[in-house]
Design a protein around this ligand. Structure first.
Ligand SMILES: *Cc1c(COP(=O)(O)O)cnc(C)c1O
Length: 455
């Protein structure tokens, strides 16, 4: 499969380039040139596969000559060995609504599913190519932890993680900052997540800098992450065995829900994708009214969704504009000036596939309370937003992606039900281990200098 950029589709890239670079030189995101649509025959065959074999089939469609199918299968098995669930993910029922639990990996959020795979993909790449790589990643809490666990201790690769200081939960922070490996560097930026993401973007577009350090990115714009996330949409569809399926997806950077859209474009009979947001509701305003205007980021109980401009939304903009990279570039200029209103015809196209809702703080806590009382289950606040959105839309027959283990967000669950779930025993040690991180100003030069001093 060949790839191109959302902002210049005369260019052509291999999977290897797309995976290692993350972002194209002119700032666009990578997308496939021609997307394969699976036939009914294919889907029938896939329905019988276990998670690892299904992942192999789907990801292999995208990886081209980069890796053989056998080797890919080995990497996938290795990636999911540490998961606490034999089938990687787990589907449970809470009165009609189904929860797709995606948090059984090493750092307790769905991000492990893509990140463990990516870590092994890097290792494979570096065995073939003899050089060093520096991964720089901005995190709203969970990406960083998942990336660190996936990269720690690997040869020829360093990882630098930028998190917004004091704006993630202490459990989230400790899972990252207690990792004691000399290829892991944590940076607390005096700003919010959008600031962290901006610094990373600026470092990428400074080609002198990014080339000089072989910079690579694992943020949710990385295509390899998206395809690894598409797998569980397929898996869930086959497990439930219904004709069509809808999903409610707690959304921040639009990566996870875009993976569902990709699955749909590849022929999976998905009816609707519900974009569920917290008080940072730009995507809800965009999808319901065309109003893609960002406001101040608000801190909420679901910090991994405290994002305004969602990077992966650019991919959707590209697709609804018939893969027109010129148009996409123009729109992204408007986005940058915070003046993009989605045109009516485009909004109609979006609404064929997507619904949206947002849950405020009180609604989020109420959902946690209600489900604890009635279903004896503790939802993490992100999952609660997904459940709440589906309920508000009266969309009962759907699968809500349960994106994090409730123990990662003790403040929210304590506030809602005065209980907090214990960490699984594999992770309890992070609570009293020494933390190690560098606090830096919200300033790209400072971050660059820190990185240069460490490599
Ligand atoms: C990252 C994250 C999200 C949002 O996912 P996106 O791909 O950024 O939309 C939701 N819930 C949790 C727990 C997360 O860590």
């Amino acid at each position: 499969m060949k790839y191109t950029s959302t902002r210049n589709n005369t260019n052509e890239f291999t999977f290897e380039k797309v995976f290692i670079k993350g972002l194209s030189d002119e700032g666009g995101l990578f997308v496939p040139k021609d997307l394969k649509k699976f036939s009914d025959e294919d889907l029938k065959k896939f329905a019988k596969l276990d998670y690892n074999n299904l992942a192999t089939e789907i990801i292999f469609q995208f990886s081209g000559s980069f890796i053989t199918k056998e080797k890919l299968h080995q990497l996938i098995i290795k990636s999911y060995k540490k998961f606490r669930e034999k089938n990687i993910v787990k589907i449970i029922d809470i009165e009609g609504i189904k929860l797709l639990e995606l948090f059984h990996g090493p750092t307790l959020a769905f991000k492990d599913i893509a990140m463990q795979f990516i870590g092994n993909l890097y290792e494979y790449y570096l065995e073939k190519n003899n050089h060093k790589i520096n991964i720089i990643v901005a995190t709203s809490g969970d990406t960083g932890a998942a990336a660190i666990d996936a990269i720690k201790g690997k040869k020829n690769i360093n990882i630098f993680v930028l998190h917004p200081q004091n704006k993630i939960s202490s459990v989230q922070r400790k899972i990252m900052t207690t990792v004691d490996e000399n290829n892991v560097f944590n940076i607390a930026v005096d700003g919010n997540f959008d600031d962290c993401q901006n610094i990373v973007k600026q470092m990428f577009s400074d080609l002198d800098f990014s080339k000089s350090i072989n910079m690579s990115g694992v943020n949710s714009i990385n295509w390899a992450r998206i395809i690894a996330q598409s797998v569980y949409y397929f898996y869930t569809y086959f497990k439930l065995g219904k004709e069509t399926i809808s999903f409610s997806v707690p959304t921040g950077n639009f990566g996870d829900v875009f993976a569902g859209y990709l699955a749909k474009k590849m022929g999976l009979p998905i009816d609707k994708l519900i974009v569920a947001t917290n008080d940072n509701d730009i995507l809800h305003r965009a999808i319901s009214k065309g109003d893609y205007i960002s406001k101040e980021v608000k801190e909420t109980f679901s910090p991994s969704m405290d994002i305004q401009l969602a990077s992966n939304f650019e991919r959707l903009i590209y697709y609804i504009n018939d893969s027109d990279s010129q148009k996409t570039s123009e729109i992204m200029k408007k986005v940058k000036k915070n003046s993009y209103k989605i045109e009516k015809n485009n909004l109609d196209i979006i609404q064929k596939d997507f619904l949206s809702e947002s849950c405020n703080e009180k609604e989020t806590l109420d959902i946690i309370k209600k489900n604890y009382k009635e279903n004896n289950i503790i939802l993490d606040p992100h999952t609660a937003v997904g459940v709440g959105a589906a309920k508000k839309l009266s969309f009962n027959d759907c699968v809500v992606l349960s994106t994090a283990h409730p123990c990662k967000f003790p403040d929210a669950t304590k506030k809602a039900i005065n209980v907090h779930e214990k960490l699984p025993k594999e992770l309890r040690h992070v609570l009293d281990k020494d933390e190690n991180f560098q606090v830096l100003k919200n300033n790209t030069e400072d971050v660059k200098n820190f990185i240069k001093s460490k490599i």
